[in-house]
Ligand binder design. Structure first.
Ligand code: AMP
Ligand code: MN
Ligand code: MN
Ligand code: MN
Length: 276
């Protein structure tokens, strides 16, 4: 059974390690096939690919696109993409475009609850000025002692109903799938168990994703509980989706699941990599 990890982050988005260091950690952990999937950004791919080649680690070009569907933020992973495709490059640039303004609004809200200068504080944790994210604010709130760790931050700040939450409109589902397909890639629903959708809404979402040409969902992800591994394996079978496996690793200090550390996919599903 191959140890495949097709979802993780470097400091080109909200991970803490460079693409090269993520590649080295994947190799050291026994990963046999690896994709870096930074949020809305393909800038780490050249370094990741070169590092993987030097380590003799089979590499898959990837990205994780933020979208808004029925007022919910959802993430769509693209795998086997041509990261030079102009539609994809322009789409991701547009998706990143609103992040700085959003970050200023987040900082303004945090100032009203006694946390000044959070924009500058978050920026100290940013590896790529084009990609300031809630994770960087979370790290700043830990740094100044507001919260013990980033999970505590996301329970009390930066999330819906809490200080520092700024609603944001990302790309559409149709756009994300189109950009990925334009780039010759495969569209995968990231960590479906994280979204607070009703059964009815999930059915509408999966049906629309399928109809747009979406091909797979993550079954084994660091965000799922063991019950959700079983549940989303059944969902994959029901809709005829391929199944993916990825840790969603961000940082040695923060991530619950390390690179390559998830259980294997269940036998009942077809791996997204089965005919690569
Ligand atoms: P953004 O794209 O700026 O909205 O930031 C989203 C990122 O914040 C996700 O990719 C996660 O890395 C992190 N995040 C969001 N919610 C949580 C949570 N509840 N616990 C830990 N990390 C979270
Ligand atoms: Mn993230
Ligand atoms: Mn995600
Ligand atoms: Mn992710």
């Amino acid at each position: 059974m191959l140890n495949v990890d097709l979802h993780c982050h470097s400091n080109v988005s909200d991970g803490t390690l460079t693409p090269m260091a993520v590649a080295a950690r994947a190799k050291a952990n026994g990963v046999d096939m690896w994709a870096l999937t930074d949020h809305d950004e393909i800038d780490g791919i050249a370094e990741a690919r070169a590092a993987a080649a030097a380590l003799d680690l089979p590499y898959v070009a990837g990205v994780e696109i933020s979208i808004t569907w029925a007022n919910h933020t959802i993430h769509i992973v693209g795998l086997q993409i041509d990261e030079t495709n102009p539609q994809l490059v322009q789409g991701l640039a547009a998706t990143r475009g609103g992040r700085e303004r959003r970050a200023h609004e987040m900082a303004a809200q945090l100032a009203t609850v006694g946390i000044p200068d959070a924009f500058e504080g978050a920026l100290k944790h940013v590896g790529n000025p084009d990609l300031i994210s809630r994770t960087h604010f979370a790290r700043y709130l830990v740094e100044i002692g507001r919260c013990a760790d980033t999970s505590e931050v996301f329970r009390n700040y930066l999330t819906e109903g809490n200080p520092g939450y700024v609603p944001h409109r990302w790309a559409s589902l149709a756009q994300s799938v189109q950009w990925i397909r334009d780039a010759g890639g495969i569209a995968v629903v990231a960590h479906p168990g994280r979204y607070k959708l009703s059964d009815l809404a999930f059915d509408a979402f999966f049906s629309e994703f399928k109809q747009l040409g979406g091909a797979a969902i993550e079954v084994m992800t660091g965000s799922h509980t063991p019950d959700q591994y079983d549940y989303y394996a059944k969902v994959a079978s029901r809709y005829g989706f391929l199944a993916s496996r990825g840790s969603d690793f961000h940082s040695p200090a923060e991530s619950r699941v390390d690179l390559g550390a998830l259980p294997p996919l269940p036998d009942s599903v077809t791996p997204v990599w089965h005919n690569w």
